[in-house]
Every structure is written in C-alpha cells, then in structure tokens.
Design a protein around this ligand. Sequence first.
Ligand code: MIC
Ligand code: SF4
Length: 637
Amino acid sequence: MNLTQKLISAHIVKGEMIPGTEIAIKIDQTLTQDSTGTMAYLQFEATGVDQVKTERSVAYIDHNMLQASQLNADDHAYIQSVALSHGIYVSKPGNGICHQVHLERFGKPGKTLLGSDSHTPTGGGIGMLAIGAGGLDVALAMGGEPFYLIMPKVVKIELTGKLRAGVSAKDIILKVLSVLGTAGGVGKVMEYTGPGVKTLSVPERATITNMGAELGATTSVFPSDELTKKFLEAQGRAADYAPLSADQDASYDETVEIDLNELEPLAACPHSPGNVKKISELEGKKVDQICIGSCTNSSYLDLMQVAAVLKGKTVSPNVSLTVSPGSRQVLTMLAENGALADIISFGARVLECACGPCIGNGQSPKQDAVSLRTFNRNFYNRSGTPSANVYLVSPVTAAVSAITGVITSPVGITIPEIKMPAKFLINDNLILKPGDFKAVEIVRGNNIKPFPKGSKLQNELIGKALIKLGDDITTDHIMPSNAALLAYRSNIPYLSDYCLSNCDSTFPKRAKENNGGFIVAGCNYGQGSSREHAALAPLYLKIKAVIAQSFARIHKDNLMNNGIIPLVFENPKDYDVIEKDDDLEMDNVIESVKTKSFVLKDKTKNVSIKLRLECGERQIGMLLAGGSLNAVAESKK
Ligand code: MIC
Ligand code: SF4
C-alpha cells in the first residue's frame, strides 16, 4: 500500500478504498481558527454534544486579530468559553498561526486531523492525514461523527536530488503548481516519496503540504522518518513519533517526477498561485512591499534564513517590509538568539504571530503596488488593494529583494546553512487546557447572530441566473475577507451584503429583489478557503443551486452541507448558452437529486440543459433534508 492508503485504511469506518467512491474516516484530532471557529462552535452547540469525542481538539485564535471595535474580542471570548466548556484546548491570541502551532505542539504522525481551514494539510509534513473542511464538518467530527469524503486517487511526487543554495521548499510546491495547476489536485492526495525526501526538514515538508491546498488536493503527505523523529524530540514530544512510509511495491494512480537539482527560484504571479514564472524572468521588477510570514513560510528555519540574509544590511528605501513569525515559539527563539535584532535593525516592521496581511487584515499595499509575499494565496483583492499585484515567493527571494528593492534571485548569494535546533523553546502558557477550568460560562457578544439554516428541498426551483462567472472563482470572490469584514464572521446577514462583491457589487441587492436565484460559473468554482460563509451567505440570499463546469472540493461540500445543490453541466459547452438574467427552472427536483440527473429549462433561451449532481449517497439525504444539521437531526429521531 502507499502511505495514503495505509493512513486511510487505519481510519476507514464506511466504504471501500475505491477511488471516486464515498468513504468515511474516523477523526482523531480537530482544529479550528477564529474566523471560521465562531460559526463552527455555534454549529457544534446546535448538535447538542457536551464534550468533544476526539483525542484532541484545539481552538486557535490567529486570524481576526485587529481589534478595531469590540467585535473580534467578543468572538474570541465566545470561542474561549465555548471551547473550554466542551473539552477543547484553546491557543490564545499571540501564540501563533494554527497550522504552525499544531505542527509544533499537537500533531502526531499516523493520526487524522480535520481542520476548519484549508491549509490544515500542513500536518501532512509529519505524516498526518490532515484535511481542511467547512466548520460544520469539523463540528460534527468534534461530536464523534466520521468525516465523509470521496476516496482520492493518489499521486506519487517523486523527489530526487537536492536543492541548490538559494532554492527553497516553496519553489518545489510552486513547481508542482506549475505542472498540475490550481485544479490539478482535486480528488487526489499528493504523496511525496523518493530520495529527495530525506534532504527536506519538517518545516520544509510542511511548506509543501500546506500549499498543496492551492492544487485543490484533498491533502498532501510526507513519510514520517528520522527527521520527523528528531523534530518531535526537539519539541519534547518523542513519544508522539511513529515511523510511516509507503510499501516498496506501492502503486499510485499518477506520478510526477521532480529533480531538485534542476529547480530554480520561482514566483506565482498575479492573481493565481498557479500562474508560476521563473524569478529570472521577473528580475529587476520594482517592488513596493514585501511581507514575510503566513502558515506557509514563517517557521524558525524560514526566519533564520531571512535574518541571515538581512543581517547588517538596510531595507531598500522604497520597500515596506513586514515580518510575521508563525508562532511565539519561533519569535521567542529569534529573540533569544539575536536573529530578531538583525531583522529589526534591517528595517523590518515586525508584526504579531498571526495571519495578518495574508488574509488582508492590515498592510494593504498602496495603489498599483507590487507586493512580494511569502504567502500561499495571491487571489484578486485578497490583499485589500484591488489594483495591487501580489507575487508569491520563498523567504530568501523575499529577503534579497528587500535589500535591492527589485525582484532579485537569491541564487549566488551566500546564505549560511541553518541547522534545525536540537531543542525548541517550549512554553505552552498561552495554551489553555480544558481540564484546568470548571463550569465555564459561555460568553456571547451581541454580534453573534443566528446562522441561516436550510429547509427541506422543494420539488420545483425557479429563478434567474443572477450572475454568470468565469473560471477559478475563489472563495475570496464569493465571500471577501478583509479587515473591515472579518469582524462579521458570526453575522451572516451583514456579510451577505458583500457576497460576490468582488465580481459584481449589485449581486446581493439583486438576489434579495428576486427572492434568490441561481449562480452560473465556469471551472474550479469555489477554489481556496474553507470558509463556510461562502455557502452561508448565498443560502441567506436564497440561492437555490450553483451550476458550474466544475467545483473545488471544500466549497462543494460546504454548499451541500447547507442544502445548496452544486450541479455540473453534462455537456460543458452548455455553459455558453446561459446568460445573466435568463429565467431558469427545474422541476422534479427531489427525484433528480436521487438519480443525480437534472434537466434545467432556460425559459429565456427556450432550451433544456442536462445537469449532473456529483455526490455521495449520504449527501443525497443531506440535500433532501436541506443541509447536514437537518439530516443529522432527522437521523436521531
Ligand atoms: C485563507 O487562507 O483563505 C483562510 C482565511 O485561512 C481560510 C479560512 C477563512 O476564510 O477563515 C482558509 O484557508 O480556509
Ligand atoms: Fe492564515 Fe494565511 Fe494561513 Fe490562511 S493562508 S491560515 S490566512 S496564514
């Protein structure tokens, strides 16, 4: 068996490991973060479960850090109180980004992890089966329900050779993205093998598995080996180690070969992580802003390399440089060994250990800026500046470019080798253990509004094509997140007024005037984040179905969890037929869901279009009931 099959077979509770069929797996650990967490815990409370049934569940507070009013602080107080009263650990604000901290303090090779954040696959860097999902799925998993997914195909990514100086793990995943594209991983797990694996440290592996999310992959995974063991020992967690690898004769559905010797520094150009070019093609481009950090690239290793490049130099006069360490462990270690002083002396603006600019929470660059970021996403307007051009690069590329003020290749620059520490600094005083607290009162700020619930499916769906979108619409298009909106993650009525505003600001108003309707889109609809708000806001606006050429996994599940039908064209060319404002109608909907085959009448064009529902058997019941919570409630009757 390959490693993915081994991990799945150790957790499978329903179905068989046949790619394309529905399976259910037991979830050992969960994580939530605050921008999806408030909603996830409201949903968890709705399930009526008293104490979590997982081995370990952790609530991180790392996204909504800007406290421009009481709203975020209120949500944080709710998360802390609801978590502690239900047996969930809390990582307080300032402790770091969920994925970085989970890797450091909680992740265990061989375990399953479900997280309400699309970059949960970071845990694959230590051999976990770590999957991102909507908050509702995570809420159900906390209550002991298995997680349902389509058994993925497994892609072998065979790494040979060794990276040259100046070439980084980030360049490996950018290379994979250039080969497979942003939809190339849908329905697949990326499994890294080959002699190149042992040349990559745990944080480097985690950079790669983290950004596997940008391929649309179910997850990505590395073997758990001697380096994993050393990493866990250095975190004081030797007992959590378990060796894991694929069998010698393991078979795979596809293979991608990457010779690390031949890689060169790369960048993802605006506005997609899949728009990859060589740094050598971009060299000399003037840069206005550089941001180093995010769950992809803010480890001890990353920032030590950055500090080594910046030491004794000065930031280019035209560049604003920010550095956000991934965790307090990283920041404290840099402070203790003097590297932080090198970063500060260089002229960097050191931000707190959090997502920060990665989610548009501050540091929006100036108009038309070129912003170089070590992050994982450069979707349109994610930075908060619509005209900005964001390039995704490795930390060393970012660091050398901060010196020169133009995009610069790090190849040829002497960067001292950074060794992984034999012992990380361990201080868990910002992690609250539920056992230490008794009878916690749940605190609910008045911004927490009831979330919309789906209702039983109607047999006839009538409405307009309210919007016609192209390919690769991201969840940042569907439900934008920025400093102004993040505080409203627990207030869907408010957020829904911004739904799809990155594509057409009149959409929410027209949806309300028309009592809902349909969304029509091209390929890979809903790529990017796990935010359920990208389904809840359309649900609130009475969107009945989304008709697309194809969907991204997490968003499609979120739609179905909330009772919205995701339909694909039987003949992709029919996409061209439907135009905005066409009157659409589907009857016999209940039977159509059961047979997964629909006929859509475009009354304006007077044509019938065949549509297909691609889902598991359980999701049929969910759609009929009007969403996952209704289906679970019905099953308990
Ligand atoms: C992201 O990187 O897009 C986020 C913000 O972390 C999201 C979660 C969210 O929208 O709250 C994700 O990746 O799932
Ligand atoms: Fe936070 Fe950015 Fe990572 Fe999302 S991608 S978890 S916003 S750092």
